[in-house]
Write a protein that binds this ligand. Structure first.
Ligand code: NAI
Ligand code: MG
Length: 478
């Protein structure tokens, strides 16, 4: 099944006849292969989705769709351990993270399955003798392109709201990691979705991904990944006058005021950057600390950072390897450049001894006194690298926090209730946490960015707005 594509309710070989190696990041060794889907396969998938949408799927009730989806949630939960083992091996993430991911993946199908028959329209008062209804129609055929950092979670996050709204879907997962996507697709098949409702075409971004993004037969596309590819997706969407939702990462700040609850903040600030080896769109990659407590807080943070342990996915430590050699070199490039320029390293974690030589390891690094204008403070590293920036007062904190090209999430740490709300309101981003940080969590919570972090919202009931279109029906019954 790994070396095949799921199109029109069946597994089939790609047109290219070729496969792509799948490597375990913990040791750099190939352990599987996936199909190299290309434009011809995408054509077949889009055509199958269209037939499903115009055929049996378009006639299902919201209740029927919801029940099928809930069954997927149950199946994922039943296979959670098997899926977690597979996800850990495929991505290199520690097993405990992979296990948490499966809980979330199942939750997406439960949440949106239960929501599918609760999307109500409106009746608008209009002229005498008229009734005006506003209803939410599906978009039609939706395209989905997801990254490698949370393949199983992303499958649920992008497909579940689309299916709940009644769309037929074509998904292109990331070539670096998608084995759980394929396995969950088998589970989707088992619960009995009609053929063509879910189609999965694996392959390279520039081939299968580009073909899907520019396909005239889709009605909408949801993309999560890099800002550069996000631009390509939006351009392709513009060509066809269609909308898209883009989630393109961030440079999210944790703002620690002098009255912050340090003991609560410390483990959360550490986890927000170390979770998934920093390869999380909402990673808390900057920590802004008020000058009056900077040395004290940073001392405690550095101590925790230095104690972090890095190992293979099945050693299940704090941090695993990065996804690929490319990603590791990219992260190390940021670290080496900053070191060379004299940005102080406050702590560096250790790799476990005797790790497999071919693995893509990068030790978590904590940089101190990073100038807000520095690359480290502005660009997404997508690795376990935390940049600390001192600030003077609230206005300074807000200015620095908002002073990057991104705007995805923020964490605010203070006991002062009025300040909590003032600063939360001042944040130019899509999600704000106060005295906590839930990177990746919260299926119920609308999530997405502004500026270079993208636009549109996923998660929560908001996602169902993206995957539907409003239709106004005006009836003159005199
Ligand atoms: P990417 O944007 O190339 O990959 C994401 C998805 O887009 C994959 O499925 C890929 O196959 C697809 N894709 C690539 N080129 C495409 C194209 N021309 N047309 C259509 N689809 C295409 O991201 P990449 O190269 O894996 O990572 C580079 C950087 O992007 C990371 O270092 C990180 O900073 C950022 N990133 C952010 C993510 C997030 O969660 N916001 C996820 C992945 C990467
Ligand atoms: Mg790429």
């Amino acid at each position: 099944m790994n070396e095949q594509l799921y199109i029109d309710g069946a597994w089939r070989k790609p047109v290219s006849g070729q496969t792509i190696p799948v490597v375990c990041p913990s040791d750099g060794k190939e352990f599987a292969r996936i199909a190299r889907g290309t434009a011809g396969d995408v054509d077949a998938a889009v055509a199958a989705a269209r037939r499903a949408y115009e055929g049996p799927w378009g006639k299902t009730t919201a209740l029927e769709r919801g029940r099928l989806m809930m069954k997927v949630g149950v199946k994922i939960a039943e296979h959670a351990e098997e899926l977690a083992q597979l996800e850990a091996r495929d991505t290199g993430k520690p097993l405990k993270q992979a296990r948490a991911d499966m809980v979330a993946a199942a939750r997406y199908f439960e949440f949106y399955g239960a929501a599918s028959d609760k999307v109500h329209g409106e009746v608008i008062p209009f002229l005498a003798g008229y009734t005006v209804m506003v209803k939410h129609d599906p978009r039609g055929v939706t395209g989905h392109i997801i990254p490698w950092n949370y393949p199983a979670q992303m499958f649920g996050r992008t497909l579940a709201p689309a299916l709940a709204c009644g769309n037929a879907t074509v998904l292109k997962p990331a070539e670096e990691a998608c084995l759980t996507v394929l396995r969950i697709t088998e589970l989707v098949h088992e619960v009995g979705f009609p053929p063509g409702v879910v189609n999965v075409v694996t392959g390279y971004g520039e081939e299968a991904g580009a073909a899907l993004a520019s396909h005239p037969g889709i009605d909408f596309i949801a993309f999560t990944g890099s800002p550069g590819v996000g631009t390509l997706i939006q351009k392709a969407s513009a060509e066809h006058h269609r909308a898209c939702v883009l989630e393109l990462g961030g440079k999210s700040p944790q703002i620690v005021f002098e009255d912050a609850p340090f003991e609560t903040a410390l483990p959360v600030v550490v986890n927000a950057i170390v979770q998934n080896a920093g390869q999380t769109c909402s990673a808390g990659s900057r920590v802004l600390v008020q000058r009056s407590v900077y040395d004290r807080f940073m001392g405690m943070l550095a101590e925790r950072f230095a104690r972090l342990r890095v190992g293979t996915h099945d050693m299940d430590l704090d941090c695993g390897p990065l996804i690929s050699a490319v990603q590791r070199d990219r992260v190390q490039g940021f670290v080496q450049a900053a070191r060379k320029e004299g940005v102080p390293v406050l702590a560096e974690a250790q790799l476990a001894p005797n790790l497999p030589a071919g693995g893509y390891y990068a030790a978590p690094v904590l940089f101190g006194n990073v100038p807000p204008t520095h690359t480290l403070a502005r660009e997404e590293v997508f690795g376990p690298v935390l940049s600390a920036i001192p600030f003077e007062d609230e206005a300074d904190a807000v200015r620095i926090a908002n002073g990057t090209p991104f705007g995805l999430a923020a964490g605010i740490w203070t006991r002062d209730g009025t300040r909590q709300l003032r600063v939360a309101n001042a944040m130019r981003c899509g999600q704000v946490f106060v005295n906590g940080y839930g990177a990746g969590g919260g299926i119920e919570l609308p999530f997405g960015g502004i500026k270079r972090s993208g636009h549109g919202r996923e998660k929560g009931l908001e996602a169902m707005r993206e995957f539907s279109v409003v239709k106004t029906i005006v009836i003159n019954h005199g």
